[in-house]
Design a protein around this ligand. Structure first.
Ligand code: URA
Length: 435
């Protein structure tokens, strides 16, 4: 098929439905470098504004999933599952789920992404550990699965290359918020992984790309329909993202919080513990290694409490080249600045999206495609909704390698907090499951 890129863009801009052949051709051009980044940006914006039909979404997902290599892991003799999130603030759950699920005997070949918009990216977090590599040859990945039972990598020139290109441009062009693009981006990576099942954490609330439950339900249904068409069973959990998860936001600080939570079940932040248990149990059910949610949760709790999962976390870090102790001492020296409470009262609200943007201003995410992230940039939330606070007390601690970034981030972070008289009781972070 020969087409002119601008003609395809015009068609989508004007709201017509693209055929599967046109979409496959477009993705081929993107991966071959035969269209410019301006044209890719125009395509993404047209899709964001006009939307994609279910047929277009399935065609885009298929084309993107076929843009690179596809793995086969079933000769390793174990069930293969993964979990992915639609994106949140302080969302370090994958860093706990990878060791927990693999410690329960299932394989987890996780292909994840970098920071996207105001949300953090698991690959950026993982790479903040000194020495960690997130690109490997296929033979090395098989070795990681055989030896450790899991890996965490990003898209590359060989693995999900179409998503690698589109993702980087979406991050900085306000083109993330599209049901079709989110579905194709996530499922194209997951289809490469040769999974028996996928667990989706669909975020709902101010810090989510699709803030309402209604839009989140539409996304879940689209993912399940496209997954069914392409042979991937998907379980969805709708979870709250009005306020950041846990207390740490920003790459290294989230890794550290995840590691500390794995080391001590009882001391883990309650929202992180609750959602991790739910999602890990769903991963075991998707893998078919447990039959009831109660038994699955019990098994997860066991490897968490007896620190098998914590040991597994460190095996994974070492296997991917990471130097944990070196990281601990390197980040100790990060410049920091406290944000103090302007009034006394109770924290009524802490807006996740604003906290994510403040972390981005500090350098935890990218402003343009060519930016590199500052692994030390982040925010430690000392006060969260429901906590009492006295004027002058520390609300949060900002950290970053470039101190000139503190004032703007501090001002923005302050606007994320609402201090009032009484906070409503914190709701269960799990809204509902769609199995
Ligand atoms: N995660 C992804 O991999 N892609 C998206 O579009 C959103 C979250």
């Amino acid at each position: 098929m020969t087409m002119l890129p601008a003609e395809l863009l015009r068609k989508k801009r004007d709201g017509a439905e693209l055929s599967a052949e046109e979409i496959a051709w477009w993705i081929e051009q993107v991966v071959a470098g035969s269209v410019s980044e301006a044209q890719i940006g125009a395509f993404l914006m047209a899709v964001c504004i006009r939307g994609l039909s279910l047929r277009e979404t399935a065609a885009l997902t298929r084309a993107m999933s076929q843009s690179g290599i596809r793995f086969h892991w079933h000769h390793l003799g174990k069930p293969v599952v993964d979990k992915h999130s639609t994106g949140g603030v302080g969302d370090k759950l994958s860093l706990l789920l990878l060791p927990l699920a693999s410690a329960c005997g299932v394989l987890v070949p996780m292909i994840s992404g970098r920071a996207l918009g105001h949300t953090g990216g698991t690959v950026d977090k993982w790479e903040s550990i000194r020495g960690v590599r997130t690109e490997f040859a296929p033979a090395e990945l098989e070795e990681l699965l055989r030896e450790v039972g899991a890996f965490l990598i990003g898209q590359s020139e060989a693995i999900a290359p179409a998503d690698r290109i589109l993702y980087r441009i979406r991050d900085v062009t306000a083109t993330v918020e599209s049901i079709g693009l989110i579905t194709a981006s996530i499922l194209s990576k997951k289809l490469v992984e040769d999974l028996d099942g996928l667990v989706m954490d669909i975020k709902v609330g101010s810090g989510a790309f699709l803030p309402t439950l209604e839009a989140a339900r539409e996304l879940a249904q689209t993912m399940q329909q496209v997954g069914a068409e392409l042979g991937l069973p998907i379980r969805c959990a709708f979870t709250r993202m009005d306020t950041p998860l846990g207390s740490a936001v920003g790459n290294w600080w989230e890794v550290l919080e995840a590691e500390r939570a794995l080391a001590d079940y009882d001391a883990a932040p309650p929202d992180v513990r609750r959602l991790t248990e739910v999602l890990a149990a769903q991963m075991l059910l998707a893998a078919g290694v447990e039959r009831s949610a109660e038994d699955a949760t019990e098994r997860v709790r066991q490897v968490w409490r007896n620190r098998t999962a914590w040991e597994q976390f460190h095996r994974l870090v070492r296997a991917q080249g990471g130097d944990w102790d070196g990281s601990l001492s390197a980040y100790e020296r990060t410049p920091r600045k406290a944000l103090l409470a302007p009034a006394s009262g109770t924290i009524v609200r802490l807006d996740a999206r604003t906290v994510g943007l403040a972390a981005l201003l500090l350098g935890a995410g990218r402003r343009t495609e060519s930016d590199s992230v500052d692994p030390a940039a982040g925010i430690l939330l000392r006060k969260k909704p429901g906590d009492p606070v006295t004027a002058g007390e520390e609300l949060a601690l900002l950290l970053c390698s470039q101190p000139e970034r503190f004032p703007a981030a501090q001002e923005l972070l302050l606007s994320a907090y609402t201090i009032g008289e009484m906070a409503p009781p914190s709701p269960d972070p799990l809204i509902e499951l769609l199995l």
